[in-house]
Structures are given as structure tokens and as C-alpha cells.
Write a protein that binds this ligand. Structure first.
Ligand code: 0X9
Ligand code: ZN
Ligand code: ZN
Length: 305
């Protein structure tokens, strides 16, 4: 059965998506934004109180990288918490009254399924192209932001292969199309990865500082402090290039350059003891503390609409 404190398989997440959206129709709806390379439906959940006027929104995705299992676990947790705290928690109530939150629970579904069935450490998509026996591209090197200029590989066998062209990966194209289509309402982009306990913002494709650098840093530091207040978990915040490493083609830089000012990449627990193999006993504390950071960012965005 599906459990919020376990790493659920794609099949379980898929039935969870169907049941949670049908049992809470006042606050949640779903839309398929396209299929993955292997034909699985990519479903975006929209959380928010129904409104007659169009609401500003936040877009959040999990599971860009297949092996980072805590990430899809967080998106599931977020949806559960949003539904169960609406009407009880004043901040969540106000957020969902005024804004919509789009949640893509698993971005790289084919890769995620492959990590459950064949290779736990798989990172990339599962696309094939004639002429190479190597499979997949790194979805976080495949966005059209300084594409393949830095910290990415043009070798299809590399774990950081940038793909054959920007948005060559259908999953990336589907998400980019959705964000472009909703560009006028999307005020923040949040993408969840692991691990390293970092809160990153643009840029990663250059060492140049973003035009909004000081505001992005201030919000990241506030969010990190909120996260730390629960269990003392320490996060470092800063621009990607200087804080983790320079790497082009990422979703955060792409969203920012499209005009989504509040663009953040989380690298969740831990700092390397377990790495991608974070024990299930840490799902709950990791998700609870991360909720505080995401809610901090959301509240800031809401206040500054
Ligand atoms: O390298 C990445 O894609 C991310 N780290 S991970 O260990 N989860 O693979 C960091 C992404 C930071 N942002 C960009 N490089 N644009
Ligand atoms: Zn990642
Ligand atoms: Zn909770």
C-alpha cells in the first residue's frame, strides 16, 4: 500500500495521484501535461481553493533525478500536508485561498521506475537514440539555459549528458511547455533534489550574479533558518555555480531567465552519510523540516505579489 513514510514505487504513486485527486475535489485537480519517453502520463496536481478569477501560482517538481528518492517523497508529503492543514493552519489556508500550487510528483518517471526495478543509482531519463548504445540524458542539463556550455557532457554515456539538443528529452519539453503556457501566473519555481542540504538559486550556468541576487539570498537564508528551527538541520544557501558547482542546462536557471523570479533548487538531506540511500526513518523529519522552508518561500512570494 501507499505510505508517506516509505519510498513508494511509481505504480503506487500513480494510484495515489488518482485517489487523492478524486477524494479532495474542492482543493485539488489534476492534468496530464504529456507522456514520458516510455509512455507514462506526467500528471500535475493543482492545489488551491477554486476561484472565479485566475490566481497566481507556484510550480514545484520532484524527481528530476531518478535515484533521489527523498524528492518524490517530499512532493507526496507536501500534497498531503496542504490538504490536511487547509482550514487549520492559517498560513496554508491563506496560501491556497490566494494562490495555486502546481505539483509534479515525479518528473523523471521512467528513470524512477528503473531505479526500483533494475539500477538503484540511475540518474538520467531512459530515452534511446540510434547510433548510441547508451541510454538517457540528464534532465537537469537539458533545459535551454546556457545549454551544454559548462558542467555538462556531450557524451551520451555520461551521467551528466546534456542531450542531443535543448529539450530533446520529452519530459523536459513537457514541463517547459507547461511553464511557458502558464508563464504569466507562475511566480515561483521550486525543484527538489538530494542530497547535500543546500538551497540554491540562479545562476549555475555562469558565475555572474542574478539581477535579483540579494533578494533571492535573503529569502533563501530565511527559508533555511525556518527549516533549521525544527531539528537543527543546517543548510547552506547561495547561487548554484559558486555553492555546488557550475552546471548549465538546469531547470532553475531556465525558469529564472523566462521571468520566474523566485527560482529555487533544494538539495535535501543528508550530507553524505547515506546520500541517495537515505533511510525511510528520515522521510518524516526531512519532509516536516522542508515544509517549513517551502512555506516560508511561498509566504514571501504571496506577500510580494
Ligand atoms: O547537478 C544537479 O543537477 C543538481 N545536483 S544533484 O546532485 N541533485 O544532481 C544541482 C542543480 C543546481 N542547479 C543547476 N545546475 N542549474
Ligand atoms: Zn538531482
Ligand atoms: Zn505534518
Amino acid at each position: 500500500a501507499h505510505s508517506y513514510t516509505k519510498y513508494n514505487s511509481w505504480d503506487k504513486i500513480q494510484s495515489w495521484i488518482a485517489s487523492i485527486s478524486s477524494s479532495n475535489s474542492a482543493l485539488i485537480s489534476k492534468q496530464v501535461i504529456g507522456n514520458t519517453y516510455e509512455g507514462r502520463p506526467m500528471t500535475v496536481l493543482k492545489l488551491g481553493k477554486r476561484s472565479s478569477s485566475t490566481k497566481p501560482a507556484i510550480f514545484m517538481d520532484c524527481g528530476i533525478h531518478a535515484r533521489e528518492w527523498i524528492s518524490p517523497a517530499f512532493c507526496q508529503w507536501f500534497v498531503k500536508e496542504a490538504l490536511s492543514t487547509y482550514g487549520r493552519d492559517s498560513q496554508m489556508t491563506s496560501l491556497l485561498n490566494q494562490m495555486d500550487v502546481f505539483v509534479l510528483p515525479v518528473f523523471n518517471i521512467d528513470g524512477y521506475d528503473f531505479t526500483h526495478k533494475s539500477n538503484r543509482m540511475w540518474r538520467k531519463t531512459r530515452s534511446r537514440k540510434s547510433g548510441s548504445s547508451c541510454i538517457g540524458a540528464d534532465p537537469n542539463r537539458n533545459f535551454n539555459a546556457g545549454w551544454c556550455t559548462l558542467g555538462a557532457s556531450s557524451n551520451p554515456c555520461s551521467d551528466t549528458f546534456c542531450g542531443y539538443s535543448p529539450e530533446s528529452e520529452i519530459e523536459v519539453k513537457n514541463v517547459a511547455n507547461f511553464i511557458r503556457r502558464n508563464k504569466s501566473i507562475i511566480k515561483a519555481y521550486i525543484t527538489i533534489h538530494s542530497y547535500s542540504q543546500l538551497l540554491l538559486f540562479p545562476y549555475s550556468y555562469t558565475y555572474d550574479l542574478a539581477a535579483d541576487h540579494s533578494e533571492l539570498l535573503k529569502v533563501a537564508q530565511g527559508a533555511s533558518a525556518a527549516l533549521r528551527s525544527l531539528y537543527g538541520t543546517r543548510y547552506t544557501s547561495g547561487p548554484g555555480a559558486a555553492t555546488i558547482y557550475p552546471a548549465a542546462g538546469g531547470s532553475d536557471d531556465w525558469a529564472y531567465d523566462l521571468g520566474v523570479k523566485y527560482s529555487y533548487t533544494f538539495e535535501l538531506r543528508d550530507t553524505g552519510r547515506y546520500g541517495f540511500l537515505l533511510p525511510e526513518s528520515q522521510i518524516k523529519p526531512t519532509c516536516e523540516e522542508t515544509m517549513l522552508a517551502v512555506k516560508y518561500i511561498a509566504a514571501y512570494v504571496q506577500k510580494n505579489l
